[in-house]
Design a protein. Structure first.
Length: 277
């Protein structure tokens, strides 16, 4: 009896820890959105940002994996698992690139709001793949369905209606703003919303696929390290095609370095989250 109670308490503690980590990730993600937007305004390329951020994360993950598995055994890697990790990494690369492209078109506020679509998309994909049973007689399932509808409705409203600026310009300045600029701004806002929505869908697919990989290969740190290696290689290959000129690869010792260093925390928190799967 005591053993069952201890196991139940341990499970509840684990769920609470995951919830706290997820809330912290959301708060920190807002900071990343703001810093990345500031870095892009200074001229930093979205593609270069993803490459440097993942390369820096490798400097943390590689030594950690070496020391962690130096005296431990881990399951052997199969070609099937490597192919699965490559596919998961490709989703991660695409999601990261789409995120910063969407922020560049819209704003950090839009990115922070649109990421709420990810749980909705995850629930829909889980139902489709059979990981989640859609039984509307259960209260928790009803809550998930309502939350999914509310999230998608809110995202559509935010994408289609930008709204008025909080700080209005003076009358003389307002007369200088042409209708063409206003339409261009609205178009960019809409494009950014669509890109960020697709990024949330790609993240949902990645998390489901990553869950399957972790269940087959429970060495979480190894999975995260290999994924980061693949993401760095994939994003570098894409960047070499998309980015012209060597000047784009030169980092400035200002907000650009801060944004790249701040982005490393994402892999560390995701690593902790995956350890509870």
């Amino acid at each position: 009896m005591r053993t069952e109670e201890a196991g139940h308490r341990s499970k509840l503690l684990g769920l609470k820890s995951v919830t706290v980590i997820m809330v912290m990730v959301e708060f920190l993600d807002v900071g990343l959105n703001i810093l990345s937007k500031a870095a892009m305004k200074k001229g930093m390329s979205n593609f270069v940002f993803v490459v440097y951020a993942n390369a820096l994360a490798l400097f943390v993950l590689l030594p950690s994996s070496f020391f962690f598995y130096r005296r431990r055994t881990y399951p052997p890697l199969s070609w099937s698992l490597i192919c699965k990790l490559f596919l998961v990494s490709f989703m991660s690369s695409g999601a990261q690139l789409l995120k910063f492209i969407g922020i560049n078109y819209s704003s950090p506020t839009m990115a922070s709001a649109m990421i709420d679509l990810m749980p909705a998309f995850t629930f829909i994909l889980a139902v489709i793949t059979g990981m989640e049973i859609l039984d509307l007689r259960i209260t928790s399932r009803q809550a998930k369905c309502i939350g999914t509808v509310v999230s998608i409705s809110g995202a559509l409203m935010l994408t289609l209606y930008k709204g008025l600026p909080l700080i209005r310009a003076d009358a003389s300045h307002s007369k200088l703003i042409s209708l063409q600029l206003l339409l261009s701004s609205q178009t960019n806002w809409f494009i950014g919303g669509i890109v960020l929505a697709f990024q949330s869908f790609l993240l949902a697919m990645m998390h489901i696929a990553e869950t399957w990989v972790i269940r087959d290969y429970p060495a979480v740190l190894m999975v995260t390290t290999i994924r980061c290696i693949f993401v760095t290689i994939q994003s570098a290959a894409i960047s070499l095609i998309a980015v012209k000129g060597l000047n784009a690869w030169k980092l400035k010792p200002d907000i650009e370095l801060i944004a790249i260093g701040y982005n490393v925390r994402d892999d560390l928190f995701q690593l902790y989250r995956l350890s509870f799967l």
